[in-house]
Design a protein around this ligand. Sequence first.
Ligand code: ADP
Length: 257
Amino acid sequence: MQLKKADQLKTDFLNVTSHELRTPMSAIKGYVQIISKQALGQINDEQKKALEIILRNSNRLDTLIQDILDISRLESETMKFIPEKINIKSILEQTVETMQSFTDTKNIMITINLEENLPDLIIDQEQIKQVIINLLNNAIKFSYECSIVTISFRKTREHVLFETQDFGRGIPKNKQDKIFEIFYQVDARKDKKFGGVGLGLVISRGIILAHGGNIWVESEPGKGSTFRFTLPIKPVQNLEERFRDVDIFKLNLINMR
Ligand code: ADP
């Protein structure tokens, strides 16, 4: 009982603090961007460089805060899904815009391939946006400078298929399943320096499976990676229940022992 109470207290603490941390972070990032765009007066090149460093590190901090928030939400099983009719194109435009400052710092060009007449989907917009951001963020993170990342959405018979392709360092064959496990990173020491903790893909997998889709990777070390996910055109029900069944922390395994 005491352990359970202490665990709950820690989850609540993480939840409250990470929420509180996000608000000032948004203000910091917003103002840095305003100053960088010279909306408050002229700045010189050195000041611009300094602001870019502040922005890059604010983004890293923001990702970490988001990860803590996700962990506490997952733990307390309060992951909520609000499915609505959504236009894929608008989601994609919003996410690519969010990534702009990151692509600029590495000189990466994003090319988008959208099939005409994609059907609207009944999905949780914020969650699917988060999946696309995770995949794009990784694609940029693990790309070499001045390269290309391509994104596409197309219709198959019963699904819409999303794809991100990068030409970065790639993933060894024997690690391609493991990267969808919690806290797994191919090169933990190096990958932590990018600001991640090995949570993005496990959460993305949970979100996609909850929507009745699938997510997987094809990759060749040194040549690049292609991540794909599908979303059914015919929506599924009970997303929260499906998400719980994915059992991100493998708690069911522990209970069964
Ligand atoms: P994070 O990126 O925060 O470390 P993720 O769960 O998103 O966590 O990814 C887990 C690991 O999978 C990464 O640390 C990296 O080792 C590997 N990975 C993910 N995407 C790519 C990619 N596009 N190219 C190469 N490696 C990748």
